[in-house]
Ligand binder design. Structure first.
Ligand SMILES: [Ca+2]
Ligand SMILES: [Ca+2]
Length: 237
């Protein structure tokens, strides 16, 4: 009886409660500041936007302390854009459900990449700090061409069920996603966590208005709890 009451109270408490971390990067050029931790590579502020420090893969995480311990960060969103339309390789990436480990099969890492001249031409729905994985399956492939390239968009990456990852691209900033991918996560082999992050390959892609949203959501907690258990098991080995 006590369990039933407790669960009901939790469900009630969950309604309407969420936490957000937001950064518009509107401050002096230089480091991202104390809210971030570099895992590999590096990020900087340039012209009130976030961008990479080098043309290399990488991962920078938002510090875990930005969210209450019992909350699950289930959604990350940002505006991304290109500085020009040349063919130079560059990308902007958002990390979600991440444990801060850069190797393949750790966390989610979604990037929009300029592979050919004209605009963001490809999407990579990856793990770690940009690795393809058989444990994160997207129809059309982990790395695929976009039908219509664009130079700016709002990218949303969200855990929508214990096994499903949603990626939405809003190419005209009207808050309706115009390109959508639903990926299947094979949690267990894919080790997830409760972290979010970002990365840009080179300085020709930018990230702005970065927002991560956390909720006390049982379904999502189950996903991340499983990942945490897997991480503990891995450490014990
Ligand atoms: Ca800004
Ligand atoms: Ca739209």
């Amino acid at each position: 009886m006590r369990l039933t009451i407790t669960l009901a109270m939790m469900a009630t408490a969950a309604v309407g409660l969420s936490q957000s971390f937001f950064d518009d990067f509107n401050r002096a050029d230089g480091g991202l500041g104390p809210n971030y931790t570099t895992v590999t590579g590096g990020m900087q502020i340039l012209g009130n936007e976030a961008t990479g420090t080098a043309s290399s893969n990488g991962l920078t995480m938002v510090n875990a302390g930005m969210f209450s311990a019992a909350y699950t960060v289930h959604r990350v969103q940002a505006d991304i854009r290109l500085m020009d339309t040349t063919s130079t390789l560059t990308y902007s990436a958002l990390a979600l459900a991440h444990n801060g480990v850069a190797a393949a099969n750790n966390g989610i890492f979604v990037k929009l990449q300029r592979q050919v001249a004209g605009g963001f031409s490809h999407i990579g729905i990856y793990t770690g700090a940009g690795s393809s994985s058989a444990n994160l399956v997207t129809p059309g492939g982990a790395f695929q061409a976009l039908t219509t390239p664009f130079t700016a968009a709002r990218l949303t990456v969200m855990v929508t069920s214990p096994t499903t990852l949603y990626t939405g691209i809003d190419t005209n900033f009207d808050n309706t996603d115009d390109i959508i991918y639903n990926s299947t996560m094979n949690i267990g082999p894919l080790v997830v966590g409760n972290g979010v992050g970002l990365h840009t390959f080179g300085t020709l892609s930018r990230i702005d208005n970065y927002r991560a949203t956390a909720v006390p959501e049982p379904a999502t907690l189950a996903v991340l709890g499983f990942g945490a258990l897997a991480a503990v098991r891995r450490r014990r080995k």
